[in-house]
Write a protein that binds this ligand. Structure first.
Ligand code: NAD
Length: 367
């Protein structure tokens, strides 16, 4: 009889392996899911969280299958998790043990995710000889430092302007979540002539129609940690960004920020999804019916994983930027063209395209 857990998740794409690991001597418990490796070894992060579940890891692994396929990378999708607090005093021991216990899963290349970083990836590589998201000294490309994901979001917006009615030069940008992705997206968008008018973080919202100075706001985040300490503009609550007019809205914080209750209020022409699953399915439908172009996460925020794939192939930082630009430009154009042609939501068109690519790659496999 099949394991009930497998019954719950499997379909025609995967998962290929669900693996539970345990080292009682140090209290390490973990889960690894290799969803699909038809296009190549799976790339996906190691999440470290005390409440992570098999279902969550599977959903994240599947999301990586679509993201990597859509980005045209020679990689499949996978994800793993260590069930522990990322602030645990024995973090290094837990990560090293976890790495050793997944060593035999050759079809999986671990990267950083919530609760793990480049130091954790260095421990993993030290143990098993493979990981991505490494520091420069180990031949890595520091994807957070260079803003790989935010850069990809800006390229995505460049394409979107051709499908929505706005010009990136002078376009008003609203960013929800002024962290790594949000700050770099703002930077690269402003470099292209856009104006940052709204920025939101956990403590509130700053809104200035004259334009917010991105570098000044980034510095403030480093010192006080709050966008609301910005000396100019209006200060509002955390949720008040929703009906402030803008041309491009970039959600770059948590999942499910836009849902059926607030999608009608969002006052923008296009959404570039920097965060993972920032919009619910119902929210996405409402935006589509209102004529707002919403580029799904696995198209718009693929800059990070594209950078990781370039690193894995031994490429340089320059090559990473070129590859992100080329792939995100091409994929956003293809997805938005298909969506327009078939009158679909971009999320539907993107999923159809990703499924076609995975199915095609699977046809080359031995049966
Ligand atoms: P981060 O922790 O650097 O930044 C998150 C920001 O969101 C912080 O400024 C925080 O104050 C703010 N925030 C949190 N909750 C909020 C709320 N309820 N309202 C408003 N602001 C809130 O994280 P990050 O690396 O920028 O990642 C952001 C999102 O993008 C996540 O969903 C992540 O999974 C996704 N993502 C990140 C990358 C990457 O390369 N870092 C790649 C792909 C996807």
């Amino acid at each position: 009889m099949s394991e009930p857990i497998f019954e719950r998740f499997y379909d025609e794409y995967g998962p290929e392996k669900i693996c539970y690991v345990h080292e009682p001597r140090v209290g390490m418990r973990g889960i690894a899911v290799i969803d699909n490796t038809a296009a190549g070894p799976a790339i996906g992060g190691i999440r470290m969280a005390p409440d992570v579940t098999t279902e969550e890891v599977f959903r994240l692994a599947r999301a990586m299958t679509w993201k990597n396929a859509l980005a045209g990378l020679p990689h499949g999708g996978g994800k793993s998790a260590i069930i522990a607090n990322p602030k645990a005093p024995n973090k290094e021991t837990l990560i090293r043990h976890f790495a050793r216990s997944i060593e035999a899963l050759r079809g999986y290349i671990p990267g950083p995710d919530m609760g793990t970083d480049e130091t954790a990836m260095a421990w993993v590589r030290d143990e098993i000889g493979r990981s991505v998201g490494l520091s420069k000294v180990l031949g890595g490309i520091p994807l957070d430092q260079i803003g790989a994901t935010g850069f990809g979001c800006a390229i995505c917006a460049e394409v979107v302007q051709e499908f929505a009615e706005f010009d990136l030069k002078g376009a008003r940008v609203s960013i929800q979540g002024f962290g790594n992705v949000g700050q770099h997206a703002a930077r690269f968008l402003v470099e292209r002539g856009a104006i940052l008018v709204t920025a939101t973080d956990l403590d509130g919202t700053v809104h200035d129609l004259d334009g917010i100075d991105v570098e000044e706001l980034v510095k403030l985040k480093e010192t006080s940690g709050r966008v609301t300490d910005y000396p100019r503009g209006k200060k509002l609550g955390r949720g008040d960004f929703i009906d402030l007019p803008c041309d491009i809205f970039v959600p770059a914080a948590r999942p499910d920020v836009i849902d059926r209750t607030n999608a009608l209020q969002l006052d923008c022409k296009a959404v570039v999804q920097g965060a993972n699953i920032p919009i619910t399915k119902e929210g996405e439908r409402i935006l589509h019916d209102r004529g707002i172009i919403s580029v799904p996460d696995f198209v718009a925020n693929a800059g990070g994983v594209i950078c990781a794939a370039v690193e894995y192939q031994g490429g340089t930082q320059r090559r990473a930027f070129e590859t992100i630009e080329e792939k995100i430009r091409e994929n956003t154009t293809e997805v938005l063209t298909l969506a327009r042609k078939y009158k679909q939501m971009p999320a539907e068109a993107a999923l159809t395209l990703a499924k076609q690519r995975v199915a095609e790659a699977m046809n080359y496999r031995r049966t």
